[in-house]
Write a protein that binds this ligand. Structure first.
Ligand code: PDD
Length: 277
């Protein structure tokens, strides 16, 4: 088995050598949060923003993480991996119970776990399924409780789709593991931040960069009808970058592949964050 550099409770080892307790609250309750931190050409993309979001997720769960230690561990993982392009997965759980109990005891020690793998951003065209957003009301927390996303994405896979676009009562929220953007001929639209979507780092840095380049971006509440009228749609995430949507099953759309506005935004993103990748 290929060696994957990992760290568990600050001990570095091969991922496959780590043993965890089944009473980890990450395992029994998904009582845990995480980050996916990409790096390209040996440069970490928006590291501070990922650490800040992890801090917000930890605060929402009252997890007292040592952020200096976590930062050092993430940097160390990237350094020992010798990889130029990849990402670090880093998870923080409330700890390991003596016996499963919904209400946790006050004396648990936080449990941390991270690993680094190679990942190269490639240009993708995704077939997407539109579906109801089954999730809870705090999707702004980057929690490992992703059952709603997982059920929807795997239903979509049965229809030969790669991703979903979710809506709550007709109002667009986000992708299963990404944020949603769409355009007309000159303006970029994306659902505004709320407790129903994750504040994606790729979303944030893309909006900043394209606004700086003079492109109009509208963050607002959008519905399925707005999506029907879109000329182009793309999804963003730390592992996808910008991925074009080529088709939405069960929705009549007329998408122009390689739309000039998509190409322009993608070039701005790639030039700024992906180097020669
Ligand atoms: N997920 N929304 C959801 C539900 C996500 O899971 C993700 C990313 C995003 C985009 O966030 P960012 O741009 O910060 O990656 C939006 C990661 C990549 C994952 O779970 O693997």
């Amino acid at each position: 088995m290929e060696k994957i550099h990992a760290v568990y409770n600050s001990r570095f080892s091969n991922l496959h050598e780590i043993k965890i307790s089944p009473l980890s609250r990450a395992y029994t309750f998904s009582d845990s949060v995480y980050e996916v931190i990409p790096f390209s050409n040996s440069e970490i993309i928006a590291f501070d923003k990922h650490i800040l979001r992890l801090e917000k997720s930890c605060n929402a769960l009252d997890l007292l993480l040592d952020f200096k230690k976590t930062t050092k561990e993430i940097l160390e993982l990237i350094s020992i991996s010798n990889l130029k392009n990849g990402y670090v997965y880093y998870q923080v759980s409330r700890g390991v119970d003596d016996i499963r109990s919904h209400i946790f005891s006050d004396n648990l020690s936080i449990e941390t776990f991270g690993y680094v793998v190679e990942h190269v951003f490639k240009s993708q065209k995704l077939k997407v399924m539109l579906c109801k957003d089954l999730r809870w009301h705090r999707c702004d927390i980057k929690s490992t409780s992703l059952l709603g996303n997982i059920l929807s994405m795997n239903n979509a896979k049965k229809k030969d789709c790669d991703e979903v676009i979710m809506h709550k009562d007709n109002i667009l929220t986000e992708g299963g593991a990404s944020n949603v953007f769409f355009t007309d001929s000159k303006t970029v639209f994306t659902p505004s931040l709320s407790k129903n979507i994750l504040p994606g780092i790729t979303r944030e840095i893309l909006i900043n960069e394209i606004k700086d380049a003079g492109i109009e971006v509208v963050e607002d509440e959008f519905n399925i009808n707005d999506l029907k009228k879109a000329e182009s749609i793309w999804l963003t995430s730390s592992t996808k970058g910008l991925a074009q949507v080529s088709d939405i099953v069960d929705l009549e759309v007329d998408l122009k592949e390689d739309h000039p506005l998509y190409l322009r935004c993608n070039k701005i993103f790639k030039d700024k964050f992906l180097g020669s990748c």
